[in-house]
Design a protein around this ligand. Sequence first.
Ligand SMILES: Cc1ncc(COP(=O)(O)O)c(C=O)c1O
Length: 359
Amino acid sequence: MIHIAKPQIGDEEKQAVLEVLDSGMIAQGPRVKAFEEAFAALCGVKHAIATTSGTTALHVALLAHGIGESDQVVTSPFTFIASANAVLYTGAHPVFIDIDQTTYNIDPALIEAAITPHTKAILPVHLFGLSCDMDPIMKIARKHNLAVIEDACQSHGATYRGKRVGSFGTGTFSFYPTKNMTSAEGGMITTNDDFISEKCRVIRQHGMRRRYYHDELGFNFRMTDVHAAIGLEQLKKLEGRNQQRGANAEFLSKHLRGVTAPHVPAGCEHVYHQYTVRVPAGKRDALRAYLQENGVGAEVYYPLPVHKQAVYIEEFGYKITLPVAEQAALEVLSLPVHPALSQSDLETIVSKVNEFMAG
Ligand SMILES: Cc1ncc(COP(=O)(O)O)c(C=O)c1O
């Protein structure tokens, strides 16, 4: 089976974990600090704050910006549910706007119409490894005095006009094993803002500035040194692996027939967390089944946009229609693109897709 994702853990990661286990310092310690510094350097920002997951990174980042009860956050409905759930955890409400049909990212032209007196932030999701169109998003945020919290959980190392994602506003990343780099579980917040950085550190650690004195409500969202040790080694391999993903994507785009390859707008460097094609209406599920039967693990990210999820309709009363996102959910299919694929795997993926689409 050619799997849709394959975490690559080498001897370096194993050795680094053993060193931590032998060190006696296995909770948050020097490896977390080193991982934060190295990740900040990757993104070209002043601060990085490690957390337990991408979800907790989003949650902490939103809280650090003071987002809470009765606030609104403008975001994408076409994403993993954590992007929007993190907004709900704070007591605020996600306001979903439709996406661009070629990039699957929020359409900046729709943001201003969604802004109300309650809007506090824009939460663009850099989906599948591709940056959102950040210039208009930052312009609107400045005009309306809104925070920008980037969900870069799928886009480690991606750039927009030469700048890394996670360096425009407050960035959030996930290190779940299927991501371009992993720490088993883990997350990271990135920022140039000293106040937000300090606030995130305090929220991550039970609202504690002085030992056992708690100024505000916080959580235990600390990363361990065991996870950071894996993350540090993975980070060293990220650029090479992203390049391999790019080369795999180029091969697929050159040879696939009958499906729409991912669109990469000028000025964007796509890191292909997913290689997502569009399949003409009605054929997608049959193609997916055919690929599964023939040993190619293709997946649908995402079959149901967030505003159509039962919990959003039944518990939170969402009753909206966003046609571009809903159509995308019916037509997208992600094919394996990860760096562990062999040339023969790539050729199999191409031949099986083309065989089905020609027939
Ligand atoms: C776009 C997006 N946001 C948030 C998350 C949440 O990250 P985690 O699974 O590390 O909590 C993910 C992870 O799948 C994601 O893909």
